[in-house]
Design a protein. Structure first.
Lengths: 344, 720
């Protein structure tokens, strides 16, 4: 098994200037971050979750906005990080009482929160943030990793993914591999083989290429022969989860060849929710933030520059805007040629 | 009185340290040298990382320091803070200037608890003190509980002014505020280890002023199997906090979470109220009620004499039927049946109801007086399944009394109605023996047959049918029963063959008693078959002209088809549908279409009354019957089908049958209730609730219980 990792472009270093524009960040805050530090999933009844809070922390550092970071972190630690194991409850509903309506964790949320803290510790030389990041990473490493077909995989949550009565599983979600975060964790807690975890994520994407579409299902299990199939009792689809995978791979500088299935199943209109087994397009995923992911893949694959209208943030919804900022941060920082005017 | 409590958690055993400044003198000898003084100033300014670290790195030797019934307690004296940090009075002065006395008072208390020994400045309105506007705003956010806003404002201020250093007081207050929030959220999410670790790292949160934190900590202890720590927490509140409502609520919470024995040290901390009544009197009574009620459960321990005495006094003083019944059941449970009877009689006096009657009936049954028991329950026998079951038990016991007593016809009539309605095989079997003993073997055969229809494996009914058939000279039935039951019943196998060893018929036949037999027959005449069929039967012209002389057993085959038809209707009037089936079958062989039509109708009705709806439907098709009769039959058959399906738990089929029936007649309240219960069992709670509601609104009592059940189920399903 050869892991193809090109040299990852450095993310926000201690003194790296932010490439997120002030206006963009302002509109993101106005649209999706409340005064009390809650990052709101506007397309999902205004709830928040550990994932949205984690993205909020990461983006606050990328935007070099410590005040917002402090706000979001205060909310996150007081409202979500109450679990006995130290991880975050995943679902917070403003309309419910108590607000934390599901105390199970979502490991991608925990990974993003820890990653945000790690970035903050570096960016603002604040060891207390680094220490908290390390604690969370260590907890994930000791309780949220699971063996799947001989590989070390990320368990999507403490309950419900590795305890099926029929013995199938563990259920995995390849979009939970935030590769750049795993690289950061390797520095925080070297006692855990985070590199092996990263390799598993890439291997899942590689094995999914054997299917008709080449796309990994959002929720999958491994067959006895190690091949990938959609997880039972989950929707059979590549969709809003999976579209983050190429973004995470680009940000971590992983071999662009692995982007091809994602690129080939998209077009100028954007990405699609797709049945990974038949290739049937179930619905378009076409907000500007999502289209930018396609444009970024195109640029990396064949040098096509990013269309003008996608080069700045269009804050249509929390999720699309979040992915767009992460993509813009990557392109401006690591692929500036993609963002220059096309020679006409 | 200023009190701060410290809960310091150490290895597994968790030491609770109290710093009770007001009690310095009395407690100064307790263990302070071992722990060292715990000073406010040493409280961590940030929440410590997590409980794991605490457990690993802070082993402290448990110190036993019994204070007011609270075991492992370390009490320390707060030494005067020698080198107090400067107290940030900005907020205090700000609120004073605003004239906001409530917030000023709160801030005053907060500062006092943070800085023991500190005294507020004399002139809070002094103009010489110019507060920093940013700091004032930050305190404003803090007071509003907007900790995220405070964090953001601090970051903004630090970015603008790199030399700005927030005061320790502010940072500590902020961390404490966030910790309190986290404690509450963890508690709401049932993450009890987090609750305990947050409390351990932030002992300043545990004060009478923030009593909710203490309650939540106690709950976390109780729910993690650490009852002693929970008791300590509650005992701390009762030992130190003065608010009467909070003290009362504290014991209420303890009652929910702790065993009775664990509550004793807490109740010992009771104070007398201003009115001279002990503050927990009502709770003690509640506890006594619970204890007595718990003693009635399976394997329940006998109630304490104190509890009984308290309850007895309240029951008498307050004329409280609920307590009287509880005491009655308690007496019955301890086999003091007469004492139980007296309580239930008093309860009946105070509250004539099914609940009181049920207790009285049970007591009388236990006293061996089923006659009085039947009489006590009769008016309430239909109120619920439980009392209905008791009524049937009492009736069976009454009928089985040896020597036989002659049951008054009115009583016998209501017993028969209840047995028919409940289709209770054991009681039907007792009616059979009762009839047999009063020389009514035909009636006995009828009841034994019914009993076997309702419960096919009821050996005493089969035996009774054999004995009664034998008395009627029906050898075929005797032998058929012997063939079927002989392998499983010695007395049936050997019946009539070996008089020496055969068990005597049970119960022993009694000598002829002319007056009694008449009363039995009269009573059986009074018995009400299911409503639908009564109407159908009386609606039949045949029934009125039918022969009255069918009380003597006549084999159907020996009659002409016309005579068999009349005999069948006569048997129906005597409620002997099984025999009527034979006669209607005979009548079906008639050459006359009208006789066959009537016979088919009668046969159907007989099957309906026997609970065999499918046979009834088949019978109805054996000959053309009039439209009106057909409709009556459909209604009766579908009613029967619905009830049978419901009885075996096939609620979907019950609903189907009701829907079919609804094509012919509007649904009666009892069937509407059956429909609602069917929906209920199918978890279609909303439909169930709607129907129960409508039926209950008509004053139909049996729907009320269903309505409550449906409401509860709806609530439960919504909260999931």
């Amino acid at each position: 098994m050869s892991l193809v990792l090109t040299i990852a472009a450095g993310v926000a270093g201690a003194n790296a200037a932010s490439v997120i524009l002030a206006d963009e960040w302002k509109s993101y805050l106005q649209g999706f971050v409340t005064e009390d530090g809650r990052v709101v999933d506007t397309a999902n009844n205004g709830i928040s979750h550990s994932e949205s809070q984690g993205y909020g922390l990461v983006l606050s550092v990328l935007a070099d906005d410590r005040a917002t970071f402090e706000r979001v972190w205060s909310f996150t630690k007081t409202e979500l990080m109450v679990r006995d194991d130290g991880l975050a409850g995943w679902r917070w509903d403003p309309a419910a009482s108590p607000n934390l309506t599901d105390a199970n964790n979502a490991t991608d949320g925990d990974i993003l929160i820890a990653y945000g803290l790690a970035l903050a510790g570096d960016a603002w030389s604040e060891t207390s943030f680094t220490d908290r990041a390390r604690e969370i990473a260590t907890t994930i490493g000791s309780s949220m990793l699971v063996e799947a077909h001989g590989m070390t995989a990320i368990l999507p949550g403490a309950a419900g993914f590795n305890d099926r009565a029929d013995g199938v599983g563990p259920v995995l979600n390849p979009s939970y591999w935030v590769f750049e975060a795993l690289t950061a964790f390797a520095k925080l807690d070297p006692s855990i083989d985070w590199n092996a975890v990263s390799e598993t994520g890439i291997e899942l994407v590689r094995r999914a290429r054997l299917s008709k579409t080449g796309l990994p299902p959002d929720w999958l299990v491994l067959n006895d022969d190690g091949t990938v199939r959609p997880a039972p009792d989950f929707p059979i689809e590549f969709g809003y989860n999976g579209i983050r995978i190429p973004l995470y791979m680009m940000r971590a500088g992983i071999n662009p060849v692995l982007l091809e299935p994602f690129r080939q199943n998209s077009d100028a209109e954007g990405l699609y929710k797709i049945d990974p087994l038949t290739g049937e397009r179930l619905e378009p995923i076409s907000e500007p933030g999502y289209r930018l992911i396609v444009a970024a893949m195109d640029c990396i694959s064949n040098g096509t520059v990013v269309p003008e209208e996608l080069r700045t943030l269009s804050p249509t919804s929390y999720y699309a805007a979040t992915l767009q900022l992460l993509t813009l941060d990557y392109l401006r920082r690591s692929q500036p040629s993609c963002m220059t005017q096309a020679a006409s | 009185m200023r009190i701060i409590v410290y809960f310091i958690l150490a290895t597994l055993g968790i030491i609770i340290g109290y710093s009770a400044y007001a009690q310095q003198t009395s407690q100064s000898h307790l263990g302070s040298a071992d722990v060292g003084p715990i000073l406010i100033a040493q409280a961590p300014s940030q929440p410590a990382p997590g409980v794991t670290t605490t457990l690993e790195t802070a082993p402290a030797s448990p110190i036993s320091a019994p204070v007011a019934g609270t075991p492992p307690v370390a009490t320390t004296v707060a030494a005067p803070a020698a080198a107090s940090p400067p107290v940030d009075e900005t907020a205090l002065r700000y609120f004073a200037r605003q004239g906001d006395t409530a917030r000023m008072q709160a801030e005053l208390e907060r500062l006092r608890s943070l800085h023991p020994g500190w005294e507020p400045p004399t002139n809070l309105l002094s103009d010489e003190y110019v507060p920093d506007a940013d700091i004032v705003r930050i305190w404003d956010l803090f007071t509003a509980g907007d900790y995220a806003g405070v964090r953001a404002a601090l970051a903004t201020k630090q970015a603008a002014d790199p030399n700005f250093v927030p005061s320790d007081d502010l940072l500590k207050s902020l961390a404490l505020g966030e910790s309190a929030l986290r404690l509450r959220n963890a508690s709401d999410a049932k993450q009890y280890e987090t609750v305990i670790s947050v409390a351990a790292n932030n002992p300043e949160l545990l004060t009478c002023e923030a009593i909710d934190n203490l309650w939540r900590l106690a709950e976390a202890f109780a729910n993690t199997g650490n009852n002693q720590r929970a008791i300590d927490a509650y005992a701390y509140v009762l030992g130190n906090c003065d608010d009467p409502a909070q003290r009362y609520a504290t014991v209420q919470k303890a009652i929910e979470l702790l065993d009775r024995a664990d509550l004793q040290p807490l109740l010992a901390l009771e104070r007398a109220g201003p009115d001279g009544i002990s503050e927990f009197a009502a709770l003690r009574l509640d506890l006594a009620r619970r204890a007595v009620a718990a003693s009635l459960e399976d394997d329940g321990e006998a109630p304490l004499p104190d509890d009984i005495a308290l309850l007895e006094q309240t029951a008498r003083d307050g004329d409280n039927a609920e307590d009287m019944r509880l005491l009655g059941w308690s007496e019955l449970a301890q086999k003091r049946n007469d004492a139980g009877r007296r309580w239930f009689e008093a309860a009946m006096e105070a509250d004539p109801s099914a609940e009181s009657a049920q207790g009285l009936g049970a007591a009388l049954l236990d006293l061996g007086d089923p006659q009085a028991a039947e009489a006590a329950i009769a008016d309430y026998a239909d109120d619920n399944d439980q009392i209905n079951g008791l009524y049937l038990d009492a009736s069976a016991a009454l009928l089985a009394l040896q020597p036989r007593i002659e049951v008054e016809s009115g009583v016998l009539g209501r017993i028969v109605s209840a047995v028919m309605a409940a289709r209770r095989a054991t009681a039907a079997q007792e009616l059979g023996w009762y009839a047999y003993d009063f020389q009514q073997p035909e009636t006995a055969v009828e009841w034994f047959t019914l009993a076997l229809r309702w419960q096919s494996d009821l050996e005493p009914a089969a035996y009774g049918l054999m004995v009664a058939s034998n008395a009627l000279g029906d050898a075929a039935t005797v032998e058929s029963i012997r063939t079927q039951w002989g392998p499983n019943s010695a007395r049936i196998a050997s019946f009539g063959r070996d008089s020496g060893s055969a068990a005597p018929p049970v119960p022993q036949p009694r000598p002829v008693h002319q007056a009694s037999s008449a009363s039995v027959v009269r009573a059986v005449h009074l018995s009400q078959p299911p409503t639908a069929t009564t109407q159908a039967t009386t609606g039949s012209s045949q029934s009125s002209s039918a022969s009255r002389s069918c009380t003597k057993f006549v084999p159907a085959g020996s009659l002409s088809s016309g005579a068999a038809l009349g005999h069948g209707w006569c048997l129906m009037q005597l409620n002997r549908p099984a025999q009527a089936v034979d006669h209607f079958n005979r009548a079906l062989q008639s050459g006359s279409e009208s006789t066959r039509s009537d016979a088919a109708y009668g046969l159907s009705l007989a099957y309906v009354r026997l609970g065999l709806a499918d046979n009834a439907a088949v019978a109805a098709a054996t000959a053309p019957i009039s439209d009106r009769q057909a409709v009556e039959l459909e209604i009766a058959i579908y009613s029967e089908k619905a009830i049978s399906a419901y009885d075996i738990g096939d609620y979907r089929r019950a609903l189907d049958a009701l829907d079919e029936r609804a094509r012919y007649a509007p649904e009666r309240n009892d069937l509407l209730t059956l429909r609602a219960w069917s929906y209920y069992h199918l978890k279609r709670y909303r439909e169930s609730q709607r129907i129960f509601e409508a039926v209950a609104a008509t004053g139909y009592g049996e729907a009320v219980g269903g309505l409550q059940a449906a409401n509860a189920a709806l609530l439960a399903s919504q909260s999931n």
